[in-house]
Design a protein around this ligand. Structure first.
Ligand SMILES: [Zn+2]
Length: 407
């Protein structure tokens, strides 16, 4: 069980609540047990909190409180050609330990919730439960269970393969049986599949319909690894809820996404992370393919921003992976701003947009009374300069302090 902590009052900071354009200055944020008890003008909050038993007051003048980040595209068991191929060789007990460590490092990078978009072997469910009970340190986990793909489809090595409507129906039901929060599909090829192209369409319409019908009947959203524009448009017309990567977004596709309220998770780092590829000795064919998509992928993100598509942050790389002197998660935020988002929009993409997609907008991805105390303290003002997110001085998840440079 988690040890009970003293109440905490973060005093004098500016607060980004996860949504509002208005950023409140000189605020107090009172954390009690696992929740945010009060947010408001610092003097009011300090006065009210003085009724608590010996609260810790942290002077945070000049700093900014933001909600803990939500990374919407994560594989804690990421295995790729090159050095990371060793992850695919781990047996289940070793893989469970590996994933627990990845979870811990993700949280220490300021990511307090992750959406797992395809995990091998159902280990994610045990890890989610262990983290929820406080026995294992890590972010809140929302998981698809196994990625569902056609035989030989994108990611088949670590996924649940299926064929035909009945096969896909069984694969989806199996994920829900084990506790999946949503469903993840491979609609098309990707960077890491040797025998496919990014533009290979891999699902028949009747297979897609079977997935959408069953998932939605059980109250689960469906997201898809989606490269080419035409199959992605067709999938959205049939009811797809979210697009991963979107290497080939067009004006027409973005208009449709806005009309249908479909969210986009660009994972823009995956087509521009040569440093990460080299460090992990990815084969040349894969690096070439990924980096060759860089310009078109960037254009997709710019197009989505221009059309006002709902965008949520996801890295695909481990959230904490070192990249350009920061984490993949923070680098993704910086790329979003470079592509045309305001820092406010990028921070919203990294907090409340993901929470809303997950149906958890009232409890995570926000700084508001009654929500879980998932908070970061940033030294400067990330709403003026997003790179301020590189300097986190405090990470709190569910009221538990997991990183503290003020102690
Ligand atoms: Zn992925």
């Amino acid at each position: 069980m988690q040890t009970q902590q003293r109440d905490l009052v973060i005093a004098g900071a500016r607060v980004f609540d996860g949504r509002s354009e208005q950023v409140a200055e000189n605020q107090g944020v009172w954390v009690s047990a696992d929740r945010i008890r009060r947010v408001g003008p610092v003097d009011d909050v300090l006065r009210e909190a003085s009724t608590a038993a010996d609260p810790r007051v942290l002077d945070a003048a000049g700093a900014t409180v933001v909600p803990g980040l939500i990374n919407m595209h994560v594989h804690l068991d990421l295995a790729l050609p090159g050095d990371l191929a060793r992850v695919a060789m781990l047996d289940d007990p070793a893989l469970a330990l590996h994933m627990a460590e990845e979870a811990r490092l993700s949280l220490l990078a300021g990511v307090t919730s992750v959406r797992l978009t395809g995990t091998y072997g159902h280990i994610d469910f045990a890890l989610r439960d262990s983290i929820d009970s406080g026995r294992t340190l890590g972010p809140r986990i929302f998981t698809a269970g196994q990625l569902v793909c056609s035989t030989g489809g994108h990611g088949w090595q670590r996924s649940r393969e299926a064929d035909g409507p009945a096969g896909f129906a069984a694969a989806v039901r199996d994920q829900i049986k084990h506790g999946a929060d949503f469903i993840k599909l491979s609609l098309s090829g990707g960077m890491a599949g040797e025998h496919e192209k990014v533009t290979t369409s891999q699902l028949r319409d009747d297979e897609l319909d079977a997935v959408l019908e069953i998932a939605h009947a059980w109250g689960r959203k469906v997201t898809a690894h989606a490269g080419p524009a035409l199959p992605t448009m067709e999938a959205i017309r049939r009811g797809l809820d979210c697009v991963e990567h979107g290497y080939e977004l067009t004006d027409e596709l973005c208009r449709l996404m806005v009309e249908r309220g479909v969210t986009y998770v660009p994972t823009i780092t995956v087509t521009r992370c040569r440093e990460f590829f080299n460090r992990h000795r990815m084969p040349v064919w894969m690096q070439d393919r990924a980096l060759a998509w860089g310009d078109r992928h960037w254009e997709s993100l710019e197009t989505a921003i221009r059309h006002g598509v709902s965008i949520a942050l996801g890295s695909d790389m481990p959230p904490h992976a070192e990249f350009d002197g920061t984490s993949a998660t923070v680098r993704e935020l910086e790329f979003m701003v470079q592509a045309g988002m305001t820092p406010h929009a990028a921070l919203t993409a990294a907090t409340s947009t993901g929470a809303d997609w997950l149906g958890k907008g009232a409890t995570i991805g926000c700084v508001r009374e009654g929500a879980f105390a998932d908070l970061l303290l940033v030294a400067g003002d990330p709403l003026a300069d997003i790179s301020a997110m590189r300097e986190l001085s405090l990470i709190v998840k569910g009221g538990r302090t997991v990183l503290d440079q003020h102690a």
